[in-house]
Ligand binder design. Structure first.
Ligand code: AKB
Length: 319
């Protein structure tokens, strides 16, 4: 994207990633060039509430189209989605929102010859039997409806590129850790909730075992991955909506130990529930060499830096 032209529509903008990515995009490309949409309004008085907002259910093609036309949108950053845990509570709704919403974004991309559509995928594309370090290209057998929708979206990305020349791009996000907006119904939510308990001086009841190890990423790197991929030269890309992006990988016990450097009395009580099975079906880490080679992916935060920053931000927010 260049500074002059682009009008970007961010769907699902009030969610965990959208609320920070939309602000970064408005900083980079100008407030007037970013339109946000969601099925919930931004919090009154928040920085997000300063951006142009459109109420949009992404499964409603006519309204989606009217927003694209009204604002002369050139790029869609399509974040509206149902995550893994909520998806298991209502698989049909997960399929409808994730698949219809993405198809609408892709079809608008083709119809209005948009420059790009960015739609994230997830580590949820893998299932039981995945190697501990997930390869870029491997067998995808997800066990959740969320994972099924993400594999489908990756395949749709390849199809729309080949069939219509649509420039669609996406990364497989790991669990995202951030202090601004809580994640909404994912399996990796424990890695965010644990900080709120620690900073509030409470014990944390964790819904997965202490040895549960998953790939994770801090929000500044999550935003960097989206913007770096959106801006990468097309001719360098060997994949579309399915780039592995690694950052850090840790088990809950190691995260708790790092937090205890700041809160020595902090305790985690482990009470695994149905989410353990989902976590166990995902890899420990990912091989992101394709992202590194194709568009120079390089994360900046490790566990120590992330924990320090999260605690500082949450202290300012909660205390
Ligand atoms: C979830 O846990 O469902 C998400 C994800 C890994 O995509 N955070």
């Amino acid at each position: 994207m260049t500074k002059e032209t682009k009008k970007i529509l961010v769907t699902g903008a009030c969610g965990q990633i959208g609320s920070e990515l939309a602000l970064k995009l408005s900083e980079l490309y100008g407030k007037n060039n970013v339109v946000i949409s969601d099925v919930a309004e931004p919090k009154p008085g928040s920085a997000l509430a300063d951006l142009t907002f459109e109420y949009l259910d992404v499964t409603d093609f006519a309204t989606f189209e009217s927003v694209v036309r009204k604002h002369n949108i050139d790029t869609i950053v399509h974040l509206a989605a149902i995550l893994s845990v909520v998806g298991e509570q209502n698989p049909q709704k997960c399929w409808n929102i994730n698949i219809s919403g993405t198809l609408n974004a892709f079809n608008l991309g083709v119809k209005y010859e948009l420059s790009k559509v960015f739609v994230p995928s997830s580590i949820a594309v893998w299932g039981k039997g995945v190697p501990k370090i997930a390869p870029q290209d491997g067998i995808l057998k997800p066990t959740t409806m969320y994972g099924v929708t993400k594999v489908t979206i990756e395949l749709l990305g390849d199809y729309y590129f080949r069939k219509f020349g649509l420039d669609c791009r996406g990364v497989r996000y790991p669990g995202i850790i951030s202090a601004e907006t809580l994640p909404g119904g994912g399996t990796t939510d424990y890695a965010v909730e644990i900080f709120y308990s620690a900073v509030k001086g409470e014990d944390y009841v964790c819904f997965v075992r202490e040895d549960t190890r998953l790939p994770m990423m801090y929000m500044p790197d999550c935003i960097k991955a989206a913007i770096d991929l959106i801006n990468a030269p097309k001719e360098k890309l060997t994949h579309h909506c399915d780039y592995n992006v690694g950052s850090m990988s840790f088990d809950v016990a190691s995260l708790a130990k790092e937090i205890q450097k700041y809160y020595p009395n902090f305790k985690v009580i482990y009470k695994p529930d149905f989410r353990q099975e989902i976590a166990d079906s995902w890899p420990d880490d990912v091989d992101d060499s394709a992202a590194r080679n194709d568009w120079g992916w390089k994360p900046e935060f490790d566990l120590e830096r992330m924990v320090k920053d999260m605690i500082e931000k949450l202290k300012a927010k909660l205390l």
